[in-house]
Ligand binder design. Structure first.
Ligand code: DX5
Ligand code: ZN
Length: 218
């Protein structure tokens, strides 16, 4: 199964309701929500009140990507705000197994994100417990960056690791995704495609989402 997850980080925050309504009308599968704290990443995006506003209009699952330090302190808040899927960063979680268990106890799907420099091999002992791996294809913190090509090698390594460990998780890629790489990523085993700028900076975001959906169909 392939999922398109537009990131509202690239939307016009002055018209957030219409951005979310546009996604409701589109072929988007999930709404990707990027929370940044200015500590784990060098940028601050938005917090609870904005996620609440998104949730009030969203008719699609919220795919919450926490780029924050100490995510354990806020997991219950994000669950209450309607997160279907909560993804935390490997690099931000010294007790990742406990964090993942907490997410699952809250009734959410659990994802683990890895930065470009983090080897997928480090996920060997957590893969069995999680629903999704988010492979960052840019350094987290900002939209509109260029896709890092080494991501393809990591995707290959991840498929191999899943085989070796007899596990199967969804693979999501985030950063610099467009129609230029979506098909190749899909062929490399990616299930979920986060796209911020490519969707929201396009003239017709609904058509762009449909175009991406077509590009990832295998
Ligand atoms: C980056 C965020 C991404 C971002 C992607 O730190 O995690 O989700 O919104 O933006 P684009 O698609 O513009 O690279
Ligand atoms: Zn993201």
């Amino acid at each position: 199964m392939k999922y398109i997850a537009p990131s509202v980080l690239a939307a016009d925050f002055g018209n957030l309701q219409s951005a979310v309504e546009m996604l409701n009308q589109s072929e988007a599968d999930w709404i990707h929500v990027d929370v940044m704290d200015g500590v784990f990443v060098p940028n601050i995006s938005f917090g609870m009140p904005v996620v609440k506003a998104i949730q009030q209009h969203a008719q699609k699952p919220l795919d919450v990507h926490l780029m924050i330090a100490n995510p354990d302190d806020y997991l219950a808040d994000f669950q209450k705000l309607g997160a279907d899927r909560i993804t935390v960063h490997y690099e931000a979680c010294p007790h990742l197994h406990r964090t993942v268990q907490q997410i699952k106890e809250l009734g959410c799907k659990a994802g683990v994100a890895i930065n470009p420099h983090t080897s997928v091999k480090l996920l060997e002992n957590i893969l069995v417990d999680i629903d999704l791996v988010l492979v960052m294809s840019v350094n987290p913190g900002f939209g509109g960056q260029s896709f890092i090509d080494h991501t393809y090698q990591k995707l290959k390594d991840l498929q191999q690791l899943m085989q070796e460990t007899s596990t199967s998780v969804l693979v999501e890629v985030d950063g610099g995704v467009s129609d230029q790489n979506a098909t190749q990523l899909s062929n490399a085993g990616v299930n979920a495609f986060v796209a911020g700028s490519f969707v929201f900076k396009s003239e017709d975001p609904v058509a762009t989402i449909a175009h991406l959906k077509q590009a990832v169909r295998v």
